[in-house]
Design a protein around this ligand. Structure first.
Ligand code: PRX
Length: 647
């Protein structure tokens, strides 16, 4: 069967980047990188234009990554003030509430007013340049105001996803010694309240250094209150004025920290800096989405994830775009909610995750087709490999075969897109992330670290050979961990943790993580985190967690648990442990399956053989490989017998 290739539609014939331009620009970005990036940096307004463009070494003992080092700029100025002469009345943010009756638009002039006031409120509660401010927010415009207000005064934000538990929040507050928290009384998703302020209060029992909490009244719910520590945003707003000069920042000053899971240990604080990140956010938003002035751009991610940072807030606003922020869930109050939003706000570009596409696909075609989608011109996918079935449905049913799909591969660490088709430049192959963004040099290595030939079809581990401006600079407070995690597996290369193949036409296909990181409904989770939550429970002696293919979530969480001696598992135990993980980390980490087993497969030196556990969870009993090195091969039979999913 010949491979499906979808041509470039006529509507993208005049795209900013066509095939020829892509080839020229890509070649220049690799052959004359400093000249290329000096030009791209001009997309921003600088107080001081950079003359030193890059200074990078991926060598383990001299790791440093610096871009535009002597430049000075301010992110909120670039996302707001500089648009005012031409776009003061243009809508910057469209907010669509969980309840479809609630929605409003914020112009660039209004955004300026809100952000300046917010910045002054932060100053009033004691925030200074360089301080870390934790944001634990629902999807409301104030989340964007708070982020931009931090950047305006040079504070470093750390947004913690509102679905994380108080424990997880406390860990993240303490890790970056954040003394300030911004939150709301409650979030709302699918008509249910999320007790954000109450969670903050619980978290602060374990984070005693927090001096002030700024709280937004969103639903009006009663919330716990600590006089002297807690402040209402609407009260402070009355006390501050709407003038706040942006603070000139050095390009390499920290911009934000965002925690993400790795294969070992606690989540790491990925640190992004000011100049390089914003150039990358702006450039990728413009080229990948072929951004046009009258676009209505809807990225469905939460601002708690990097996708929300780069493609709800920083990329679109740096480009003077209209960005839609949706508070709720895709299927409430009905399965057609997303398409209702598209019709209502005349959305031109949707950017969402395969897990959402699969969930919507289940609802059938009718909820989609009954709404006018003629405004749509481009569709995007992010977060996990997209299966061909979901890709086709998205293309044929949602996009009426008119709209190209940009399948964008990237990571929290990369700041923005690294491998993606550009809609006017590349024919599409369903499921392929296609080609590298400017300046990005992907390559494949075998398990020994040998580079595979850069021609012809190849498959291996995905590495990046050089830096790009949006690259993370360090793990906050633990530079050695940065070195170990990304630059120690293969010498002089950034290791992505993903596997990939490149086909004979040069298209890249991401095959998924090759380490112990799970991708559950597009959320990134470390197996180690879930294991440590499980073993922290008094009933559990030992636990091992692996992923398995899940129709809707992409990957599900499969836990093997050995209880302390003498305990017999019951349904109740299973429920207790699921609830425990949920409470320790958050609902996204709730185990799908818990299999109790008296033992785990271990080598004679005591190492758990995860390869075997993965194969059993996947139901691939005939692919267990060599089990003769196990201390007790009999364990395997017990595990197969106890396997919980029908295959
Ligand atoms: O495995 C890759 C997968 O998501 C991981 C990064 O997760 P996170 O840092 O949470 O960022 C998600 C948003 C960028 C990657 O290592 N991933 C992301 N996008 C794709 C993908 N896998 C396949 N195709 C993609 N388009």
């Amino acid at each position: 069967m010949s491979e499906t290739v979808i041509g470039i539609p006529q509507s993208f014939a005049d795209a900013k980047i066509n095939a020829e331009r892509y080839a020229d620009m890509y070649a220049r970005s690799i052959n004359e990188p400093d000249a290329f990036w000096a030009d791209e940096a001009k997309r921003l307004d600088w107080y001081k234009e950079p003359t030193k463009i890059s200074d990078v070494s991926f060598a383990k003992d001299d790791l440093h990554i610096r871009w535009f080092e002597d430049g000075e700029l301010n992110v909120s100025y670039n996302c707001i003030d500089r648009h005012l002469p031409e776009r003061a009345g243009k809508v910057a943010l469209i907010w669509e509430g969980d309840n479809p009756a609630f929605h409003h638009s914020i112009t660039y002039a209004q955004l300026h007013n809100h952000v300046c006031r917010f910045a002054n409120e932060l100053k009033k509660i004691g925030v200074k340049k360089g301080d870390r401010v934790t944001l634990y927010m629902p999807m409301i415009p104030e989340a964007a105001y708070a982020m931009l207000a931090c950047t305006r005064i040079g504070a470093v934000h750390s947004v913690v996803f509102g679905g994380f538990s108080p424990d997880a929040l406390a860990g993240r507050i303490n890790d970056c010694q954040s003394e300030f928290v911004v939150t709301a009384d409650q979030g709302v998703r699918g008509n249910k309240g999320v007790p954000l302020k109450a969670n903050v209060d619980k978290a602060l029992e374990q984070a005693p250094d927090v001096k002030a909490v700024l709280c937004i009244r969103h639903t009006g719910a009663q919330v716990p209150w600590v006089e002297g520590r807690d402040f209402w945003h609407h009260d402070l707003a009355l006390e501050v004025d709407a003038k706040c000069e942006p603070e000139p920042m050095k390009a390499e000053d920290p911009l934000f920290i965002l925690y993400t899971s790795g294969s070992t240990g606690k989540p790491k604080g990925v640190l992004h800096t000011t100049g390089g990140y914003l150039v990358w956010a702006s450039m990728t938003h413009e080229y990948t989405f072929d951004h046009r002035e009258d676009d209505v751009f809807w990225c469905t991610a939460d601002v708690g994830w990097v996708t929300g940072h780069t493609y709800i807030v920083y990329g679109p606003l740096a480009n003077g775009a209209t960005s839609l922020m949706y508070e709720g869930v895709p299927t409430w109050p009905g399965p057609d909610r997303c398409w209702r939003i598209v019709a209502k706000h005349k959305v031109t570009t949707i950017y969402t995750a395969p897990t959402a596409i699969r969930a919507l696909m289940r609802e059938g075609d009718e909820p989609v087709s009954k709404h006018d989608r003629s405004s749509l011109r481009l569709l995007g996918s992010v977060g996990e490999p997209i299966n061909p079935e979901a890709w086709r449905w998205y293309h044929e049913v949602v996009g009426d075969k008119r709209c190209p799909i940009v399948d964008t591969w990237w990571q929290t660490e990369t700041g923005g897109h690294l491998i993606t088709p550009l809609p006017g430049a590349h024919e599409l192959k369903p499921g392929s992330a296609s080609f590298p963004m400017f300046g990005v040099q992907p390559a494949l290595v075998d398990t020994e670290g040998n580079l595979l030939p850069d021609e012809g079809a190849q498959e291996g581990n995905l590495v990046l050979l050089g830096s790009w401006p949006g690259q993370m600079r360090t793990v906050y407070g633990d530079h050695q961990r940065f070195v170990e995690t990304y630059f120690s597996t293969y010498e002089n290369m950034y290791f992505t943790g993903d596997g990939a193949r490149r086909d004979a036409d040069g298209y890249w296909w991401i095959t998924g993580r090759v380490d112990d990181v799970l991708n559950v409904s597009g959320h990134r989770l470390g197996t180690a985190e879930i294991e440590s939550a499980l073993v922290a429970h008094e009933l559990v002696a030992e636990a091992a967690v692996v992923g398995y293919p899940h129709d809707l979530k992409g990957q599900g969480i499969y836990c093997y648990v050995t209880l302390v001696a003498g305990l017999e598992p019951t349904e109740e135990t299973e429920k207790t442990l699921k609830a425990h993980v949920r409470q320790e980390i958050g609902p996204v980490a709730t185990p799908d399956v818990i299999q109790f087993s008296p033992g785990l497969p271990k080598t004679r030196s005591g190492k758990i053989m995860r390869r075997i556990l993965r194969k059993i969870a996947e139901g691939e009993y005939d692919k267990l490989g060599d089990i003769s090195t196990l201390a007790d091969p009999g364990v395997v039979e017990d595990l197969i017998e106890g396997h919980k999913i029908s295959t």
